[in-house]
Design a protein around this ligand. Structure first.
Ligand code: SF4
Length: 332
């Protein structure tokens, strides 16, 4: 058996290792590599090399704080917070004291950002108010994760102290969700117009998604100038309507993290994966999301008591994989 990797893959990786843009067909051919192949390991090595060259050794910890729980009427089929899932039957808006307490703990453990997530009908005024309070009380960059917004709302977020906005055109958008993908892209353009950094991830990946669907969202992230992108797999909560499809493994996710890393090339400040795990940290990822509060992946109202990992736990994962969680963030 030859120890060499195929010439075609070698040529793509040669291009990708310095951050040059890959074509759609090149990205697709990397998506189709066998997991158990030298080519896949070479792909992961190449993505790892690119990240460590561009990002130094920084391991980013962007702390997700889910602000509220509700049986959300938007009924996105992959989400545990939907009305149809029946996991949560009552609304909970976590108190400002609780949110501040999580934020202070996150700041003490070295969070590089707070990602403040709210569900479909959460009051925009409350989001602004929480932002203003956190801006006063803690010294960590604020990223909102909310519904689609217009220019006026974008400017209000900036005035309240937010510097970024997490937003994704999700896999199955418009089919598994009630949202129009074009409207989601409009929001991304609003972010650029008002000066909010656009944070993205290709999500929530399941085995049923085609390589084409996944690669097209990677290319969207590059074209629309994401500050970071990456890959998050779908987690099937008990009783999820998506259970019949199963879930992708962390190993398969790491391969996609590497493809996505090469697609983003030299245009990004970091590369994410979710949920936190080691393998993708040698495949181009250097950004993890610790979590507390509500989560679309958890049956616990506070995922800090469920699936969510703490900032300290993510920092420990980084150290084990020889990323430095204590350096300043490259994202802000
Ligand atoms: S993903 Fe967001 S909008 Fe969709 S059901 Fe869940 S909380 Fe609601």
């Amino acid at each position: 058996m030859s120890w060499k990797i195929s010439l075609g893959v070698e040529q793509i990786l040669d291009k990708g290792k310095d951050g040059d843009a890959l074509t759609r067909d090149e990205a697709l051919s990397l998506m189709h590599l066998e997991l158990e192949s030298r080519e896949t390991y070479a792909l992961m090595e190449c993505a790892n090399h690119l990240s460590r060259t561009l990002f130094g050794t920084k391991g980013e910890k962007h702390f997700h704080i889910g602000l509220n729980v509700e049986p959300c009427p938007m009924d996105c089929s992959f989400c545990a917070l939907t009305r149809q899932a029946g996991v949560f039957t009552e609304k909970i808006d976590f108190s400002l004291d609780q949110i501040l307490s999580w934020a202070r703990q996150g700041e003490a453990e070295g969070a590089d950002a707070f990602n403040l997530m709210s569900t479909g009908t959460f009051s925009f005024d409350s989001l602004l108010e929480i932002g203003r309070n956190l801006k006063r009380e803690v010294n960590v960059p604020l990223v909102a994760n909310a519904r689609d917004i217009n220019h006026t709302e974008g400017e209000m977020l900036v005035d309240a102290g937010f510097v970024g906005f997490y937003h994704a055109v999700r896999l199955g958008e418009g089919k598994d969700t009630p949202f129009n993908p074009e409207r989601r892209i409009q929001t991304i353009r609003v972010l650029h117009d008002v000066g909010l950094k656009w944070m993205n991830c290709v999500e929530p990946v399941g085995p049923e998604h085609t390589a084409e669907e996944i690669v097209d969202l990677m290319l969207l992230a590059r074209r629309e100038k994401a500050t970071y992108s990456g890959i998050m797999r779908r987690i099937n909560f008990p009783g999820s309507p998506m259970e019949r499809f199963g879930m992708i493994s962390e190993r398969r996710m790491a391969q996609m993290v590497a493809v996505s890393r090469l697609v983003m090339g030299d245009t990004v400040k970091a590369h994410c994966t979710h949920e936190p795990h080691s393998l993708s940290l040698i495949a181009g990822a250097n950004l993890l999301f610790p979590e507390v509060g509500s989560s679309p992946r958890d049956g616990k109202a506070d995922t800090g008591e469920g699936r969510g990992k703490s900032v300290a736990k993510c920092a420990a994962l980084f150290r084990e994989m020889e990323w430095d969680p204590d350096l300043p963030s490259n994202c802000f």
